[in-house]
Design a protein around this ligand. Structure first.
Ligand code: SF4
Length: 295
């Protein structure tokens, strides 16, 4: 049987791709951008950590996206890009990445794929849509009949939208709804039953978004997702071998808020009830060890 020879086109070096990209978006070569792209490329190839401080006008998003895309395509890996703000996520996904994907398609031999991955709370939970949300703690607004009817209208609209939407992505619902209404049809990562236990897991919007992200070369997400993936003991991001953290000055705050337990009136009441109703041992701080729902 004759042998098979596969010809895999060689991926051009980062600086050549950067030149192509800059030319395609109508920009000019910037020394700081070239230097940063070289540094990011070196970091990806060697595995060394890199911290970059780049001033306004450096063109830093191209400086990290080009070597990231090159690595993802050449090595068939996924690169995660994390940002602090939705504005930067939108800029990357709506503007920079589509332009880069088109510009680099010929040189890379295929169009690179990218995806955005948000927290579970940003997608409709069909289990909650069908089964309803647990009762909320008392809310002063609910004594206002106008607030009740507005909430009812919004939830009805969400139920209707749930049969039409392809993505379940809250950002695609225009006009949007109040946070209170959205809570009726969504769950946090901790409230989710888990795909293996959920009767709707196979059709879950959040799970579908994650599966799509798993096929992408570059996945754009936020620092909170990065923190949950690293700290919470369950994987929310697809497998990846490189992480780029933009707006890194906000990283500590975002990770701290994910890793911090919050006390609310309702959670303290739950803790008190739990302590009164069981022989739960207390921790050194005096709080019941088994108290939950503090987030
Ligand atoms: S897997 Fe989680 S988020 Fe998805 S439908 Fe089930 S409970 Fe909701």
């Amino acid at each position: 049987m004759p042998g098979t020879v596969c010809l895999v086109p060689e991926v051009p070096p980062t600086l050549s791709l950067l030149e192509t990209a800059v030319h395609a978006v109508g920009g000019a070569e910037r020394p700081g951008q070239v230097e940063m792209a070289e540094a990011v490329d070196h970091s990806i190839r060697t595995g060394e950590h890199l911290a970059v401080q780049a001033g306004t006008g450096t063109g830093k998003s191209l400086a990290y996206l080009v070597p990231s895309i090159r690595h993802a395509v050449a090595e068939d890996e996924t690169v995660v890009v994390s940002t602090a703000t939705i504005a930067l996520q939108r800029q990357l996904v709506d503007r920079d990445l589509p332009r880069l994907a088109k510009a680099l398609k010929t040189d890379l031999g295929r169009e690179p794929k990218f995806a955005i991955l948000k927290g579970r709370r940003n997608y409709l939970c069909m289990h909650r849509v069908h089964n309803g949300a647990p009762d909320e703690p008392e809310d002063a607004g609910l004594f206002d009949p106008f607030a009740v009817s507005r909430l009812g209208r919004e939830v009805k609209r969400l139920h209707e939208w749930s049969s039409d939407t392809e993505t379940g992505d809250r950002d695609e619902l225009v006009p949007g709804v109040s946070e209170q209404a959205w809570r009726q049809v969504s769950v946090t990562a901790r409230e989710c039953l888990g795909v293996s236990k959920c009767p709707i897991g196979a059709d879950c919007f959040a799970e579908r978004a994650r599966a799509e992200a798993g096929k992408a070369d570059v996945v754009v997400t936020n620092h909170a997702m990065l923190a949950i993936d690293a700290l919470e003991g369950y994987q929310v991001l697809p497998d990846h071998d490189v992480v780029v953290i933009d707006e890194a000055h906000d990283l500590v705050d975002r990770i701290t808020s994910v890793a911090t337990e919050e006390l609310s009136g309702a959670s303290v009441a739950m803790a008190r009830a739990g302590a009164a109703g069981s022989s739960t041992r207390t921790s050194r701080t005096g709080w019941p060890r088994r108290a939950t729902g503090w987030r």
